[in-house]
Write a protein that binds this ligand. Structure first.
Ligand SMILES: [Zn+2]
Length: 223
């Protein structure tokens, strides 16, 4: 079983790469957010347990999250492995995942890290502006309006949501980067971290990621 972990900060393009890699490698993309929603919807024992924590506003314990992940990896479409998108988020989750996989004679094959410097992340995440009239979205650098501060479509004023202000984004990002750095370090210490430069165009990042892992023989992805 081939378990790949995809790591990256918010705004790094990790989710995009997870979808592309899943298609290229013929492996399902497994996102813990989706797992939670499915388990709660289906009322599985772990889903019910997770829901109780979430309703109390508490963090779901790692054992429950890892348990859901293992149930997902036991599904037919994950027989050859999976790409984990959004998990582990903390060092303790990474360790819990290692232990759970080891009990099944498996291991994380590689941790693929889409590396984007903090200042670039901040620029990507905080440059969003919306028009007052219809919520048309713009980005200061990626998709600027023709006239600064004015919507191209309807001429209304562009405003920034509190969530998109640089100081708010920075505070949130700093917390997230701290946890990410620990997870990155966990896999670096294990000798399976593959970091690629996430500032490059999407296709170039994909190529770097694919180059960094062992190719899978065609017969394994198309039995
Ligand atoms: Zn508009």
């Amino acid at each position: 079983m081939r378990v790949l972990v995809l790591l990256g900060a918010p705004g790094a393009g990790k989710g995009t790469q997870a979808h592309i890699l899943a298609r290229h490698l013929g492996l399902p993309r497994v996102a813990t957010g989706d797992l939670f929603r499915a388990a709660v919807r289906e009322g599985t024992p772990l889903g019910t347990a997770a829901q109780a924590y979430m309703e109390r506003g508490e963090l779901v314990p790692d054992e429950i999250t890892v348990g859901m992940l293992l149930e997902r990896l036991a599904a037919d479409d994950a027989a050859r492995g999976a790409i984990l998108d959004g998990f582990p988020r903390t060092r303790s989750q990474a360790a819990a995942l290692d232990r759970a996989l080891a009990e099944r004679g498996a291991a994380v094959e590689a941790a693929l890290y889409v590396d984007v410097p903090a200042d670039e992340l901040l620029a990507r995440l905080s440059g969003r502006w919306l028009c007052e009239a219809a919520g048309h979205t713009y980005h200061e650098t990626a998709y600027p309006p023709r006239v600064p501060g004015i919507c191209d479509v309807d001429g209304s004023r562009l405003v920034q949501r509190d969530d998109d202000r640089p100081e708010v984004v920075r505070a949130r990002l700093e917390k997230q980067l701290g946890a990410l750095a620990e997870v990155v370090e966990h896999y670096r210490a294990a000798g399976i971290l593959q970091a690629v430069d996430g500032r490059r165009p999407i296709a170039a990042v994909t190529n770097d990621l694919l180059d960094s892992i062992e190719p899978v023989p065609y017969w394994r992805t198309h039995p």
